[in-house]
Design a protein around this ligand. Sequence first.
Ligand code: KIV
Length: 282
Amino acid sequence: MSVLPEGDPLTIPQLVAAKGREKIAMMTAYDAPAAALLDAAGIDVLLVGDSVEMAVYGEPNTLTATMDSMIRHARAVSRAAKRAIVVGDMPFLSYQAEPARAVENAGRFLAEGGCSAVKVEGGRRVLPAVEAILAADIPVMGHVGLTPQSYRKLGGFKVQGREAGSARQILEDAQALAQAGCFAIVLECVPEALAAEITQQVEVPTIGIGAGGECDGQVLVFHDVVGLTRDLRPRFVRRYADLSTAIEEAARAFRRDVKSGNFPSADESFHARKATTLRRVH
Ligand code: KIV
């Protein structure tokens, strides 16, 4: 029997129990129509990622995400998801300054956004916030390796943990998060061997993005998977559809039909019940 059954809403304990038994499929979702499709397709976890800033709003990084905007996206996704676990991504500066603020903001994702959990970027340096959120009974997903909110400090969106020293730091960060009680940990852009080591060492599922095939699950950004991002194509992305081309072709066909008068047809127009002549008003 599947550890992550189809049909009923999934729970956090079921996701934890999937480690080593069934791979976890996670994808970002930012709106209700996409969330409904991904949920129907059996995606186990929908991440309302702060990557919405880049994928949807065209920003160069994720630092512009705000709590209010993330909650609005989270609510749309939660309303559409019937089975998947919905995780809200805590935006930049919503959890770093003070644990009490972190709890309030995490709580908003559950109370207002309808999420089951939140995700927090960083390892031991964000433990006070993680521990405070967990103490409020709010499940937390960790995120180590390339943490995009730190990209200024990291000097860009670069693979992390290639050297022995930095690899050890990332491993220790993941262990600290797991010991604190995080139910899963995202490993972003780290060497495959390091991800495999972390996956072996921690008791909770690891979800990789650019972290090789040994993780307990995989996550990708929706817009990358369906081919809505044309210019940017990181090597860890597998594109399963080419919606950019499909959408551009549809728009060209619509334009053609409008310009030529081919749209709308009589069938696509409303008609009066009886032949009625509207009297001209002078
Ligand atoms: O915001 C996001 O999309 C993420 C994933 C890359 C894990 O954090």
